[in-house]
Write a protein that binds this ligand. Structure first.
Ligand SMILES: Cc1cc2nc3c(=O)[nH]c(=O)nc-3n(C[C@H](O)[C@H](O)[C@H](O)COP(=O)(O)O)c2cc1C
Length: 192
């Protein structure tokens, strides 16, 4: 069921580091994403797969996680993601437009759903400096990093919850460290 897959595919910020990916494993995720819809079918997105530990740690150091939980240092030491897929816009295919961001979202969600189906999980990361990522990976200037997908085997619990009366959509954690993600109700997202 697509609905169940989407509901299971949460943002995870703690991982079992004993699971190391091969580039081939992650290629299967990209192989699924490449069938995604694309504005004018231009398909400007290219993907850099990173599984080397030093490279993953370097990328991790360039990212910011869980801005609503500033007291927590996520992902925790010893629970880092073990791979990244860097979604890049290939400017030699076409310039970035408002539609390329839509392509990125579709591709990112497709990869995260495929990862979830395969027993992995992760977190989309938009909080990074594209130039720093480009330098770290020695990417050609034509590739503009637009979204990072941190991946691994999640070792934390994340649940969807209802939004309270105060209407606050911020995610939060309880004393046990369980992460809750408030989602708007069906009624509240339907326009009369
Ligand atoms: C485009 C995009 C960028 C995001 N960037 C970050 C980020 O930089 N750091 C982070 O910890 N989470 C990031 N997230 C994850 C969101 O915080 C997360 O989707 C949100 O809290 C809802 O949780 P859920 O994905 O489990 O539904 C990003 C999500 C999206 C869609």
């Amino acid at each position: 069921m697509v609905k169940e897959l989407v509901a299971s595919s949460r943002s995870f910020r703690s991982f079992d580091e004993s699971k190391v990916f091969t580039a081939k494993e992650l290629e299967t995720l990209v192989d699924t994403a490449r069938f995604s819809s694309s504005a004018a079918n231009r398909q400007p997105l290219k993907y850099k797969i990173c599984v080397d530990k030093a490279e993953v740690e370097k990328l991790l150091s360039l990212t910011k996680w869980a801005g609503f939980l500033p007291d927590l240092n996520l992902p925790p030491e010893g629970h880092h993601p073990t791979a990244f897929i860097v979604i890049c816009h290939d400017t030699s295919v076409c310039p970035e437009t408002k539609y390329s961001a839509v392509d990125v979202g579709i591709a990112a969600q497709t990869i995260m759903l495929a990862a979830c189906e395969g027993g992995y999980g992760g977190c989309m990361i938009g909080a990074f400096d594209p130039d720093a990522v480009s330098d770290a990976l020695r990417l050609s200037l034509k590739y503009r990093p637009v979204l990072l997908l941190a991946l691994g085997i999640p070792d934390e619990m994340v649940f969807i919850t209802e939004i309270g009366k105060d209407g606050d959509t911020k995610y939060f954690r309880d004393k046990m460290g369980i992460h809750y993600v408030p989602k708007r109700s069906l009624e509240s997202v339907l326009i009369d």
